[in-house]
Design a protein around this ligand. Structure first.
Ligand SMILES: [Zn+2]
Length: 512
C-alpha cells in the first residue's frame, strides 16, 4: 500500500445528526439495523446519539455500543454538567468508545445562546475535554459554529483543547454558511497557527444549507482535514449534512486531487442508502448524486450510443462500484431459505435467526401472490417484518366499502400487543382517508396529515406499492411507511406505523 496516501476517517452521524432531523426519528431496532449496516459498509466511527438528551437516547446509544462491533462507537456530550458521565455510561459496552464534547465558539452563539465571554467558553471547553479524557483515551472536541468564529480565537481554543487531551478536533460549519475556498483557508490557517495541531486529527462537519456541504468537506480535505463527518443520503438538521456516499465516491473518483483513501466498501453504498431511506421514510430523490435511481440512467440517444462504444464517454463511476446495476430479478416461488438468506445478506440487511424466520415467511406469502421477487421487494418485506417492533398496534383486517357518490367507508380491526382488539369504522372522501380516520378512532390518536405519497417499489402488474405518510402530532413530525401489493392496505400500514411511533414515544416518555 502506498504510504503517501493518508487514511480519511469516515465519521458517520446518521444516528445522531441525521436522526435529529424532522421526520427522521428511528426506533431502537431500526438504529441497530442501521448501525450494523454502517459497520458492514466500513465506516470508522459511528456517532450513535446524544445520551444526555433523554432516557430513550441513552438506551439506544447503549444498545448500539453493546451490539455493534467494528467501528468506534461515539457519544455526544455538552461540556459541563452530567453530560459527559452520562455519555460514558452509555458507551460502557462498546468495543472501542469515543467521547465527543462540544461547545459553541462563535460570537453570536457565545452572546445569545450561552451568555458567556470568550475566556469562559475557552475555560469550559478545556474542562470538558479534561473530564472526558479522564474517562476515555479517544476524545473529540467540536467548536460549534466554528465557521463563524474569529480565526485567532478559534486557534486559541483548538490549541487549548489539544493541550487538554483532545485527539480529534472538529471544525463544524454548523449553519452551512461557508464557501469552499474560505473553508479550506480556515483549515490551512489552523494548521499553521495552532501549536500542537499535529497531535490531533482535524475533522470537519458541514451542513448543506447552501448546497455546499460536500464541496466544503472536500475543500477541507484538500487543505489537510483527515476526518469527515457525514450521514447516509445527507440526512440531518434542516437541509442536511455532508452525504457520505458523495464524499466517499468523490475522493475515490478524484484520487488525483485528494491523496486520501477511505475504508468504505463502496459496493455497499446503494444498499445502505436504501436501508436508511426505508427506515426513516425519507425517500432519496431520483436525481440524487451516486445513489439516486437516475444516477446512472442515460436517456439521450446520443449518450447511449457513446456508452455502447465506451462506458467512459459519459460515466465517471461504474454503477457496480456503488452496488447498483446487474440483474435485479432474483427470487421466485421455488427459492429456498438458503437462497433467500444469501440474497438478504447481499443486500446488506443483517438479520438474526428470528428476524430471518419472520422475513422468510413473509417472502413465501408474497411469492404466492407475485411471480418475480425483486431486490426492492425483499427489502420491503424485511423492513415490514420489523414493524412489530415499532409500537403496540398491528393491522388485523381492513375492509373498504364504496358508498354513494365519492364517499367511502373503511372498517379496521387492530390488535394491541397486550391482547385487546379494537374494531372501528369511519367514512372519508376516498378509501384512504376513510382508513386513516378509522385508525385514528381505534387508537385514540388524532394527527394532522402533512403529506401522503405512493409509488411502485417494483415493476409489473403485481408490483408492491409503497406508501409514505407524514403526520404531525404534539408539535412533532412522524413518518410511516407501508408496503403491499394493494395500495390502500399499504397506505393504512404506513399511517399505522406513524401512529405506532407516536405511541412508542409516549410510552418512552411515560417511563422516563
Ligand atoms: Zn450537525
Amino acid at each position: 500500500m502506498d504510504t503517501d496516501i493518508d487514511r480519511l476517517i469516515v465519521f458517520d452521524t446518521t444516528l445522531r445528526d441525521g436522526e435529529q432531523a424532522p421526520g427522521c426519528s428511528m426506533t431502537d431496532r431500526e438504529k441497530v439495523r442501521v448501525a450494523r449496516a454502517l459497520a458492514e459498509l466500513g465506516v470508522d466511527v459511528i456517532e450513535a446519539g446524544f445520551p444526555a438528551a433523554s432516557d430513550g437516547d441513552f438506551e439506544s446509544v447503549r444498545l448500539v455500543a453493546r451490539t455493534v462491533r467494528g467501528p468506534i462507537i461515539c457519544g455526544l456530550a455538552r461540556c459541563g454538567g452530567k453530560d459527559i458521565e452520562r455519555a460514558w455510561q452509555a458507551l460502557q459496552e462498546a468495543e472501542r468508545a469515543r467521547l465527543h464534547v462540544f461547545i459553541a465558539t462563535s460570537p453570536i452563539h457565545r452572546q445569545f445562546k450561552l451568555g458567556l465571554s470568550r475566556d469562559e467558553v475557552l475555560r469550559r471547553a478545556v474542562e470538558g475535554v479534561r473530564a472526558a479524557r479522564a474517562l476515555c483515551a479517544d476524545v473529540e472536541f467540536s467548536a460549534e459554529d466554528a465557521a463563524r468564529t474569529e480565526p485567532e480565537y478559534l486557534a486559541d481554543v483548538i490549541a487549548a483543547v489539544i493541550d487538554a487531551g483532545a485527539t480529534t478536533v472538529n471544525i463544524p460549519d454548523t449553519v452551512g454558511y461557508a464557501v469552499p475556498a474560505e473553508f479550506a483557508e480556515r483549515i490551512a490557517y489552523l494548521r499553521e497557527n495552532v501549536s500542537g495541531i499535529e497531535r490531533a486529527v482535524i475533522s470537519v462537519h458541514c451542513h448543506d444549507d447552501l448546497g455546499m456541504a460536500v464541496a466544503n468537506s472536500l475543500a477541507a480535505v484538500q487543505a489537510g482535514a483527515r476526518q469527515v463527518e457525514c450521514t447516509i443520503n445527507g440526512i440531518g438538521e434542516r437541509a442536511g449534512n455532508c452525504a457520505l456516499e458523495e464524499v466517499v465516491m468523490a475522493v475515490r473518483t478524484r484520487a488525483d486531487r485528494m491523496p486520501v483513501r477511505t475504508g468504505i466498501d463502496t459496493r455497499r453504498l446503494a444498499a445502505t442508502s436504501r436501508l436508511v431511506a426505508a427506515v426513516t421514510g425519507v425517500a432519496v430523490p431520483r436525481n440524487k448524486a451516486v445513489v439516486g435511481e437516475n444516477a446512472f440512467a442515460h436517456e439521450a440517444g446520443i449518450h447511449q450510443h457513446g456508452m455502447l462504444r465506451n462506458q467512459e464517454t459519459y460515466e465517471i463511476m461504474r454503477p457496480e462500484d456503488v452496488g447498483l446495476g446487474g440483474s435485479r430479478l432474483v427470487l421466485g416461488k421455488h427459492s429456498g431459505r438458503h437462497a433467500f438468506r444469501s440474497r438478504v445478506e447481499a443486500l446488506g440487511l443483517a438479520l438474526d435467526e428470528a428476524e430471518l424466520d419472520r422475513a422468510f415467511i413473509a417472502f413465501k406469502t408474497l411469492a404466492d401472490r407475485k411471480k418475480e421477487i425483486f431486490d426492492a421487494d425483499i427489502e420491503a418485506l424485511v423492513l415490514r417484518s420489523d414493524e412489530t417492533g415499532h409500537g403496540p398496534w398491528s393491522l388485523a383486517a381492513l375492509r373498504i366499502r364504496s358508498g354513494d357518490g365519492a364517499r367511502a367507508f373503511a372498517e379496521v380491526e387492530l390488535q394491541h400487543v397486550e391482547g385487546t382488539a379494537r374494531r372501528e369504522s369511519a367514512s372519508g372522501d376516498g378509501p384512504v382517508e376513510a382508513a386513516f380516520r378509522a385508525i385514528e378512532r381505534a387508537t385514540g390518536i388524532e394527527a394532522e396529515l402533512k403529506s401522503f405519497d405512493i409509488r411502485n417499489v417494483t415493476v409489473g402488474e403485481d408490483a408492491q406499492g409503497e406508501a409514505v405518510v407524514t403526520i404531525a402530532q404534539g408539535g412533532r413530525i412522524w413518518q410511516g411507511k407501508g408496503f403491499d401489493t394493494d395500495i390502500i392496505q399499504a397506505s393504512a400500514l404506513a399511517f399505522l406505523q406513524a401512529v405506532n411511533r407516536i405511541c412508542a414515544r409516549q410510552g418512552a416518555d411515560a417511563a422516563a
